[in-house]
Structure formats: structure tokens, C-alpha cells
Design a binder for this molecule. Structure first.
Ligand code: HEC
Length: 130
């Protein structure tokens, strides 16, 4: 058993360069999974194509954007008058309980409580910066 430790360490040392890109690969996987989840949970109401609102506002570039600020989209008073920016934590809170986060919004309650699903959808939203 004791002999195996150095062997494992040697294997790790040899294999390490192969994993050098792991964070990037892992992020790509998250983005792809997030896209599938977005297509299942959000796309029927939201477009991600430039300058195209749908029933809901365009979400391309939403990360870092002021809430309620897409021109020509008829927001609820609640979102139009909101004065925050869509950061990662704000988007997670919205995905989890949008009506609790901005009472009076006209987005029907989505309510995704699984933090992994929230994280994947967020990774996808971050990947579609305009
Ligand atoms: C049933 C339709 C519907 C679904 C499904 C839906 N949305 Fe929405 N969404 C809306 C509407 C309508 C608004 C505008 C709300 C308002 O004006 O109060 C909105 C607004 C938003 C906003 C605010 C954008 C801005 O410009 O301030 C974000 C972010 C958002 N949705 C993300 C999502 C995500 C992520 C999902 C999937 C997890 C999702 N939505 C699912 C209809 C929907």
C-alpha cells in the first residue's frame, strides 16, 4: 500500500499537463448543459438573438446589464423601476424565485431551486454576452 503512493503521485505528475485546460473544458461543459436547460426552461419566452425580444426581453448580454433596460420591451412597472444590475447572484436569486426577488414582475414564477441547474443556466447566460 505504501508503495502505491509514490506511483500515484508519479502518474499525477505525468498526467497533470493533460488536465491543464480542465477549468476551460469544465466551463464548456457547463455552458452546453446550461444551453440545454435554458432551451427547456426559458427559451419559449426568451430570445438570445440580437435585437429580438420575445414574450420576455432579449437575454443576450443580460449579465452586467441594468434590470429592465432593453429598449422597446414593455416591462412591468416593477422591473422598469428596478435599480439594480443583473449580477451572477441576482440572476440566481431570480431563477430561484423571480416573484420573490422582484415582486410585481410579470414573468411567471419559474422557481428552479437546484443550485447546480442555476449555475449551469448562469454559465450559459455568461457565454452569450453581446
Ligand atoms: C412564461 C414565460 C417566461 C419564462 C418561462 C421565463 N421568463 Fe424570464 N421573463 C419573462 C417576462 C414576461 C419577463 C419580463 C418581466 C417584467 O417585465 O416584469 C422576463 C424577464 C426576465 C429577466 C429580466 C431581464 C431584464 O432585461 O431585466 C431575466 C434575467 C429573465 N427573465 C430570465 C429568465 C430565465 C433565466 C428563465 C429560465 C430559467 C426565464 N426567464 C424563463 C417571461 C418568462
Amino acid at each position: 500500500m505504501q508503495l502505491k503512493v509514490p506511483a500515484v503521485m508519479m502518474m499525477l505528475a505525468i498526467a497533470a499537463p493533460a488536465f491543464a485546460d480542465e477549468p476551460e473544458i469544465f466551463n464548456d461543459i457547463k455552458v452546453k448543459a446550461g444551453e440545454d436547460l435554458f432551451n427547456a426552461e426559458c427559451r419559449r419566452c426568451h430570445s438570445v438573438e440580437a435585437d429580438r425580444n420575445s414574450y420576455g426581453p432579449l437575454l443576450e448580454g443580460v449579465v452586467g446589464r441594468k434590470a429592465g433596460s432593453v429598449a422597446d420591451y414593455p416591462y412591468s412597472e416593477a422591473l422598469k423601476n428596478a435599480s439594480f444590475v443583473w449580477t451572477a447572484p441576482a440572476l440566481k436569486a431570480w431563477i430561484e424565485d423571480n416573484q420573490g426577488f422582484v415582486p410585481g414582475t410579470k414573468m411567471r414564477h419559474v422557481g428552479i431551486t437546484d443550485p447546480v441547474v442555476q449555475d449551469f443556466i448562469l454559465a450559459y447566460l455568461q457565454s452569450i454576452k453581446s
